[in-house]
Write a protein that binds this ligand. Structure first.
Ligand code: XIL
Length: 886
């Protein structure tokens, strides 16, 4: 079983979105007393028989004050003659709009008789600094049978030349509808925000390590002395414009440059003595379409594209020459699912890798002093970071002026692991480039569907500890890393509030009111953060206390004990009726007679501030002294340190548990704890972690045999063991498979007989098509990330294959046959290692299913690992034991 200590069942996303839009469904028409209208509001009720300032957006609309359109009174606004989705009534509200203020906007809507229910939305259109913005306020299903009220809150972030409200329906371009009782008015002013002036500035805390930065939008500094601006000035010595220097902002039309917003961002930084970073010159996103097309609308030639690239870079980079200290020259150019690892953007399609080389050359010519970066996300993925590493190497070998690699570091509360981040930074140390963390934030969610109304306290604490653990890694590499930059400063302004879906999120160090969170204190003064109660699992199994790890130890993933960015030890636990078996591998090369592992057990997980009868401390010495006291144990030497293996008597249940390493070196003794980092274990059990005694992974046996891969079930399969995918990762019913396995020296064979009533591959995403996925962890290391021996092999009902990492694609052979009940996949996968009879590997099989054929995944059934993380974390896989031929 997977430990999901901090997973929350959120209310479904839709409910949240509806709640956020405060959408309420109205009753049938009745005369309601008019809402209180405050001074400075605009209310239109059409009772004078006129349209009261509303006009058609498209020009073709016919707007009339008409009786059938009345929600209250005698008249409402009738909207007819629409021919486009964006057509509809619009009203100028500029006179009452003030920057920084929040407004509530509402109206009643109904469709003309005979129309089917249709989605209608209410949107703000505004113009500021020459650009036009469309900002959704509310939307909902309108009906002919009754009135619906659309209500939303809207905050005007910056002063704008023109602001208007309009209604449209993209779902039905010719829809006729009625609007009545429209009201926009200012919401009461919230309590003014004040930043904490007396807490340490982040930039000072990390002054000896690296620059500390933040991204921001010009809307946040509309008031250059307001609290948002104050927070930026107090804490950061590197600033990045979040959107203002992207191509769509600086050169929206060919040759027409607009630096209004970019200059604002830039001046805010430099006028306040803060270093400024440029983001970004070349990207596949937020880049106007004209860049890639010629006058005829055909794809631009390479010559034309590079000419445009040069003019863009010359103009933008020269404008800030000498003042922007680093540029993200290219952004997100790697795609590990491509055979060569390069993203197939229009840039690449037209110019191949040359667009990258030229971008760096042009940027260097335009500002020789600026540090030039290649920036990307998910650089922790082993294959992706290897492609990125190799690209930088190729560029440098050719003399292209690349100075740095930027890790965006958009991570979440759980993934990737700290060790993976460590390995990521390490990967680039041989290239003689600087490294920066360019866009760090930490989503509170591990998927795209959960959504919570407030941030659970245990997650606030988890986030603080995780930030600290990761910054410990950054500090370890401070000779490599020149800046760590957050993507935003506070939770309220984070892009994760609208990406990948609209929901609350709390990814940064300061909350919506700009107050320091635990996450801030985790970096500044960890003692101010409550101890996190971690959860680990012990699997059912037993062990000989001899210092060697027999087969059962492969049932459980090792848990790291972290110290200053390093794993100081790893422990595993097993349990049976009488004992808890603990093995701890300590990585400590200096042998000292006083080195020891202390194990703490709170038998009833009582979490008391004083010891009770069930609370015990066990000290196991590196020297192996007193091997039966206080419990049977053995100490042995391992590479880089020592191992303790012990059998501790227990009664079962859930245990309070902690491991503390005692490292004596000369006169100095250091203690490092898994859970209670305050070191109060000897007297207090309240800060122990929790050890859950779980069953552990399922196991099955593959017998030896070699089938023909043709999708028909040879006789050799008759001797194979079968298992079922009867656990659910998504949904609770749908397509499942009976799974059999065979193996020989060269390969693993998998037969999946899938029951699936409707075969669909409508989605463009392979994982949403009806398919099976085979997961293999050949060395059963149960890691929080993929090692080179790990692979994910996906085969859909049309025998189309996708393999992660793509470099293992050559290992997979498969055949599929459709059956009355669904389809049969027969697959053969070459071993990444050389497993022997008797070995146990990590193995799982999942069935993806688009139940109704509409192009999304409705169910995922799996044999063992319900974490939903199997594609990047092998620790939850089931076990497959390789048996010898009978
Ligand atoms: C994001 C901005 O924060 C959003 O406001 C915008 O709508 C989309 O882009 N990687 C990047 C950044 O390199 O440029 C992105 O910024 C976030 C992901």
């Amino acid at each position: 079983m997977k430990i999901k200590g901090f997973k929350r069942k959120g209310s479904i996303l839709m409910a949240i979105i509806l709640a956020m839009l405060s959408l309420t469904f109205g009753q049938l028409p009745k005369r309601a007393s008019a809402e209180a209208v405050l001074p400075g509001a605009i209310a239109t009720d059409f009772e004078d028989g006129t349209v009261q300032g509303w006009y058609g957006r498209g020009g073709s609309e016919i707007l009339t004050a008409a009786a059938p359109a009345a929600h209250t009174g005698a008249y409402g606004l009738q909207v007819e003659g629409r021919t486009q989705g964006w057509h509809g009534p619009q009203l100028d509200v500029t006179p009452i709009m003030e920057a920084g203020k929040t407004y509530s906007i509402s109206a009643w809507l109904r469709l003309s008789a005979g129309s089917a229910n249709t989605s209608v939305s209410m949107t703000i259109q505004r113009t500021a600094g020459g650009s036009t913005y469309y900002e959704g306020v509310a939307s909902g299903q309108a009906a002919a049978g009754g009135w619906v009220k659309l209500t939303g809150e809207y905050k005007l972030l910056e002063s704008s030349e023109k602001v208007s409200v309009y209604f449209e329906s993209f779902a039905n371009p010719t829809l006729a509808f009625y609007v009545d009782d429209f009201l926009i008015q200012r919401s009461p002013d919230p309590v003014p925000i004040e930043i904490q002036k007396d807490i340490p500035s982040l930039k000072d805390v990390f002054a000896g390590d690296f620059k500390l930065g933040s991204a921001f939008l010009v809307s946040e500094i509309a008031d250059p002395d307001g609290p948002d601006a104050q927070l930026l000035k107090k804490h950061f010595n590197s600033l990045t414009a979040g959107n203002e220097l992207k191509w769509d902002a600086t050169e929206p039309q060919e040759g027409q440059f607009n630096f209004t917003r970019a200059d604002k961002a830039f001046h805010f930084a430099v006028d306040n003595g803060i270093d400024f970073r440029g983001h970004t010159l070349v990207w596949h996103s937020q880049t106007p379409d004209w860049v890639f097309h010629d006058a005829n609308g055909s794809l631009a030639s390479k010559e034309l594209l590079l000419q445009r690239l040069k003019r863009h870079i010359d103009t933008v980079v020269e404008r800030y020459k000498g003042s922007i200290y680093a540029w993200d020259v290219v952004n997100e150019v790697i795609d590990p699912s491509q055979p060569g690892g390069m993203r197939g953007s229009l840039w690449y399609q037209i110019a191949g890798e040359e667009y990258i080389e030229k971008a760096f050359e042009y940027a260097h010519a335009a500002d020789p002093a600026a540090k030039l970066y290649i920036n990307d996300y998910n650089t922790h993925e082993p294959l992706k970071r290897q492609f990125l590493h190799d690209l930088i190497k190729r560029l440098k070998d050719k003399g292209i002026p690349v100075d740095g690699v930027g890790h965006q570091m958009h991570i979440d509360i759980q993934n990737p692991s700290v060790q993976e981040i460590d390995a990521t930074i390490r990967t680039f140390t041989d290239l003689a480039v600087e490294q920066q963390i360019t866009e760090m934030d930490m989503s509170s969610y591990t998927n795209g569907t959960d959504s919570w109304s407030s941030f659970p306290v245990d997650l606030q604490i988890r986030q603080a500890h995780r930030y600290k653990e990761i910054f410990d890694v950054f500090k370890k590499y401070k000779d490599q890393i020149t800046a760590v930059i957050f993507w935003g400063k506070d939770d309220g302004n984070s892009w994760l509030r609208t990406f990948p879906v609209t929901r609350n999120n709390w990814p940064l160090l300061f909350d919506e009111r700009l107050q320091a969170k635990y996450a801030y204190w985790g970096l500044v003064d960890p003692g101010k953060v409550p101890v996190e109660i971690k959860h680990a699992a012990a699997a059912a199994g037993s062990a000989n206390v001899d210092g060697t790890l027999e087969e059962d130890w492969g049932r459980i993933a090792p848990v790291p004990v972290l110290k200053a960015g390093e794993s100081a030890a790893e422990f595993r636990t097993l349990w049976d009726a009488d004992h808890l078996y603990v093995s701890v591998d300590v990585f400590d090369t200096t042998v000292n007679g006083n080195d020891a592992v202390e194990v703490y057990i709170d038998g009833n997980n009582g979490k008391t501030t004083a010891y009770e009868a069930d609370d015990k401390k066990y000290t196991f010495r590196r020297s192996g002294a007193n091997p039966h006291e206080p419990a049977d144990y053995k100490a042995v030497k391992i590479e880089g340190g020592y191992r303790i293996e012990a059998a501790i008597p227990i009664d079962g249940g859930e245990l309070g548990f902690d491991v503390r390493l005692v490292d004596r070196s000369g006169d100095v003794e250091t203690k490092t704890s898994w859970n209670d980092t305050t070191g109060s274990q000897d007297t207090d059990t309240s800060k122990f972690g929790v050890l859950m005694l779980v069953e552990g992974p399922r196991i099955t046996t593959a017998v030896e045999g070699t089938p023909v891969i043709d999708g028909s079930i040879d006789a050799v399969w008759n001797g194979a063991n079968a298992v079922a995918t009867d656990r659910w990762v998504i949904g609770s019913s749908g397509s499942t498979a009976k799974v059999r396995t065979l193996w020989d020296d060269g390969r693993l064979y998998v037969l999946a007989e899938v029951t699936d009533a409707l075969l669909s591959k409508r989605s463009a995403n392979a994982w949403e098509q009806d398919s099976v996925e085979i997961f293999i962890d050949s060395n059963n290391a149960k890691t929080g990330f993929f090692e080179p021996d790990d692979g994910q092999y996906r085969i859909n009902f049309d025998n189309e294959r996708t393999v992660n990492p793509a470099s293992l694609s050559g290992n997979l052979i498969s055949a599929v046959q459709l059956t009355a009940a669904g389809y049969v996949v027969e697959a053969s996968i070459a071993w990444t290692g050389t497993p022997q009879a008797g070995d146990t590997i990590g193995f799982d099989l999942q069935v993806n299913n688009d139940e109704d054929g509409d192009g999304d995944r409705d169910s995922v059934a799996i044999w063992n690992d319900i974490s939903g993380q199997s594609y990047q974390n092998t620790s939850g896989y089931g076990l497959l034991k390789l048996a010898e031929a009978e």
